[in-house]
Design a protein around this ligand. Structure first.
Ligand code: FAD
Length: 417
């Protein structure tokens, strides 16, 4: 045997799994097909890397969308405190921002990568770049090694597949691990795009491209019932809507596509409709001679660029003087501001998704060790598994937690075997 553990994929899950196994004394090789480690990690959090979330276990359960129970052990064995503690030992300080989001104090995803590389070095993990694994070799129900394109066979007692999801393919996550697992008899759920922008039908959306709405309440329904509701920032784009609130909503929509769906945006979630009407009345009373469109545009109730849309949808003439706006018109305006309606035609493609929902069927993986129930010595970690979470640092924590658990499980199996 060349190695105790072969880790396929140098993303956060693979790096942590490899180093954790190395720390237990295993001889580990990390095979990465790119010419550098952590290509996707470098893009995270707009280059700042929202590395984890310091919420408690219940908070994690509320933010994991699919197969949260499967992650119980992984998240207990290596939680966000374990991660920030490890990063501190590696010389990286972190800072907590709103909603428990944790970032490196330097605001640099590159520094997170450097810390992980240091962890790999400390634990004598051999890193081989430009090493694309084509196949996992197995016989008699147990892994035997891997085949590296153009470089031949590497033998190993255990193999950890940490090849990521299927989005942002330019970073290396192209679904190779899914294919290799399929060849070994595993089933794959999906894939489905998650944390992905939504495409809408309304033509007025295009004119608002680049406009960001702060702290709105967005709700998606199918005409009969509400499917999901979230609060946060929304961004208009040339095709529809994006921004944290929309990305989070999208994760609840793509497993059973029933498009078109209704999206309702409440621009003022802190106020009831009668209160919005009251505020409009006060605003118009204070500016009686000014035009409605100017008064609204200068107010804090709606951003200037949205005023024309609100006026158009409510059917109120924007050039009339504020003093002339009657009660019925005020009511119409308030209702549109509390209920800006859009039609969701679908999501943007999988490749534009922040994460892939779906992956290795978790029923075929032991949640206590992350070892395959089909092939002994085969482990899975990170986005390749059928788990995904909302924005806020939860997805990276899942990658780190599952990476760690698989690494120490491989070490335990070796010491017992
Ligand atoms: C733009 C963007 C921003 C994000 N921001 C955040 C954030 O701020 N916070 C957060 O929690 N999550 C964020 N995410 C999600 C997070 O980055 C992923 O969930 C995480 O990187 C998954 O880690 P992974 O190790 O499972 O897979 P990946 O990071 O995708 O790594 C997989 C690695 O495997 C390699 N590989 C694939 N096939 C092979 C093969 N055949 N042979 C050898 N190597 C192979 C790939 O090249 C890649 O390096 C973001 C994602 C994107 C796209």
């Amino acid at each position: 045997m060349d190695f105790d553990l072969i880790v396929v994929g140098g993303g956060p899950a693979g790096m942590l799994g490899a180093a954790a196994a190395g720390a237990q004394g295993l001889k580990v090789v990390l095979l990465e097909k790119n010419d550098r480690l952590g290509k996707k990690l470098s893009l995270t959090g707009n280059g700042r890397c929202n590395v984890t979330n310091c919420g408690d276990f219940e908070d994690y359960q509320n933010h994991i969308v699919n197969n949260k129970k499967f992650l119980y052990t992984a998240l207990h064995v290596f939680d966000s405190c374990s991660l920030t503690g490890l990063l501190r030992e590696l010389g990286l300080r972190t800072r907590v921002e709103d909603r428990g989001r944790v970032f490196p104090a330097s605001n640099s995803a590159g520094d997170v990568l450097k810390a992980l590389q240091k962890y790999l070095e400390q634990n004598r993990v051999e890193v081989r770049l430009r090493s694309e694994v084509e196949r996992v070799l197995a016989g008699n129900g147990r892994v035997q090694g891997v085949l590296v394109r153009g470089k031949g066979r590497v033998s190993g007692r255990s193999v950890l597949l940490a090849t990521g999801g299927m989005s942002y393919r330019q970073t290396g996550s192209t679904g190779d691990g899914h294919r290799m697992a399929l060849e070994l008899g595993h089933n794959i759920t999906g894939p489905f795009p998650a944390l992905v922008p939504l495409v809408t039908a309304e033509s007025w959306v295009k004119g608002l491209q680049g406009l960001s709405l702060k702290d709105v309440l967005a709700q998606v329904g199918d005409g009969k019932r509400a499917i999901a509701k979230r609060r946060g920032d929304l961004l208009f784009t040339h095709f529809g809507v994006s921004g944290p609130v929309i990305l989070d909503l999208s994760s609840f929509l793509t497993r059973e596509p029933r498009f078109p769906l209704d999206l309702k945006v409440d621009l003022l979630p802190g106020l009831t409709c009668p209160l919005v009407e009251e505020q409009l009345q006060q605003l118009f009373a204070e500016n009686p001679g000014k035009s409605l469109k100017n008064v609204l545009g200068a107010s804090t109730l709606a951003p200037q660029r949205l005023v024309y849309v609100l006026l158009g949808l409510s059917g109120v003439e924007g050039n009339k003087q504020a003093a002339q706006v009657n009660r019925q018109e005020r009511g119409q305006l308030a209702r549109v501001m509390k209920n800006l309606a859009l039609t969701v035609l679908g999501t943007r493609p999988l490749n534009e998704a922040i994460v892939t929902s779906g992956g290795i069927d978790i029923r075929e993986v032991n949640p206590s060790t992350l070892e395959s129930k089909i092939v002994a010595g085969l482990y899975f970690a990170g986005e390749i598994l059928d788990t995904d979470a909302l924005t806020g640092g939860y997805n990276l924590q899942i990658a780190f937690s599952t990476g760690y658990l698989s690494g120490i499980s491989a070490a335990r199996e070796r010491s017992e075997g």
